[in-house]
Design a protein around this ligand. Sequence first.
Ligand code: AVI
Length: 326
Amino acid sequence: TFADRFALHRDPHPARVATFAEDVRTGLGARPFALSPKYFYDDLGSAIFEAITRLPEYYLTRVERDLLATYGREIAGRFAGPLELVELGSGSALKTRILIDAILERQPRLTYHPIDISADAVTESSLALTAAYERLRVVAYASDYFPLLREKRLVTHDRVLALFLGSNIGNFEPQDARELLTFLARALRPGDGVLIGYDLKKDPTILELAYDDPTGVTAAFNKNLLARMNRELGAGFELNAFRFRARWNERHGAVDSFLVSERDQQVRIPASGLTVDFAAGDTIHTESSYKFTRDEIAMLATRCGFTETASYTDAAGRYALSLFAV
Ligand code: AVI
């Protein structure tokens, strides 16, 4: 039955994970001001992100979907024996369906373990998948990936193909990306693999357009962070008193995103016990979206205990998928 094929685990250790209020206190309590991009993804933020993936300028999602459609079968065929899927940052899991289809052509049943910080997104997508696939069992985790992998709370039985798609790896600072991949390598067994989807370095004009879209959807995505602090922390941010900025940073190899104060202003954030003074032009760093060459990803994954087995890219060289084995 449906109920037998769906389970949701909420992070069982919320007390040990820093809360939104605490992270805001740290991030806006000292300069340079910064907030973690993981807080973009409340219910509204996840919906705005879905809109971003449909923007003509944000090619990443489309190119990745095409790559999965072209190479999904080949990727699934590289593993001997029955597979289980684990996905870090599954979001709406729309692209994952391509791989689920490819795997279910080869085996009668499949267990899928989506992990996402957004409980709404992971619940909604899991229910939709369970309904759409009779031969699929979904064991979902509404959680940060770090504690789950570090504490080896992910229980799998068959060979695992881990998915780290959507250029998600690009939102981690290099040090954190290394740590995450190292935990992942340790949580996997020999014969398991990870498929990493990442955005390739390219002309900065194209990159900046993908993040500072003329429709203003990405600006809204960022401003929702201010709105979320108003909603959840009782903060007094005036959304029109900030503007959005996204710039390619050659030294970091990332597009850096900011909210910029339009004027001198003071904002209270009661739940964080903070009053913040912004001068005109002061910035809040909201996100870095790192871009890589194929060699950079291979080097990173190799240092964490993986070996590259295959790599796929589109004809224009915009985006890539690299497959690694443990
Ligand atoms: C989810 N993540 C990989 C997106 C990215 O490209 O960094 C988030 C995003 N931020 C602005 N546009 C999209």
